[in-house]
Design a protein around this ligand. Sequence first.
Ligand code: AMP
Ligand code: ZN
Length: 137
Amino acid sequence: MEDCIFCKIVAGTIPSYKVAENQLAFAFLDIHPANPGHTLIIPKRHAENVFETTPEEWRAIADLTRELSIAVEKAMNADGLNIKMNNRVHGGQDVMHAHVHVVPRFKGDGVVKPLVQKPAYHEGGAEATLEKIKAAL
Ligand code: AMP
Ligand code: ZN
């Protein structure tokens, strides 16, 4: 994709702090880190979000994400770690090339918890939700 900043990073036409790559995925440092070591893992091919990745690409992203989670936590001597992905505008996605965030966490770092949870399901709500998801599988 011509105008995609992450495609340009994969192609090397704009600079990045490359961390690692495998056959289908590429990882580099986030330029505005939530904490030092914040890393993004992306498919090399332009795919806008998780829905556009192929199973093979997603496996490559997952493999690199796991490998880098271990390395980043160790390297940064972190107390914890978040793996996060925003999909579509209303899922909080700003850059429209799929990417997984690996964020090392430190005690008292003040980084907000990724999900703000709501009260428990009302009576029958969990069962109805489960039915909808299973029907979509
Ligand atoms: P999201 O809000 O999930 O779409 O996250 C996009 C992320 O991309 C943000 O955390 C940005 O800091 C990061 N980002 C944007 N441009 C660059 C860049 N050129 N190099 C590294 N990270 C970037
Ligand atoms: Zn792209």
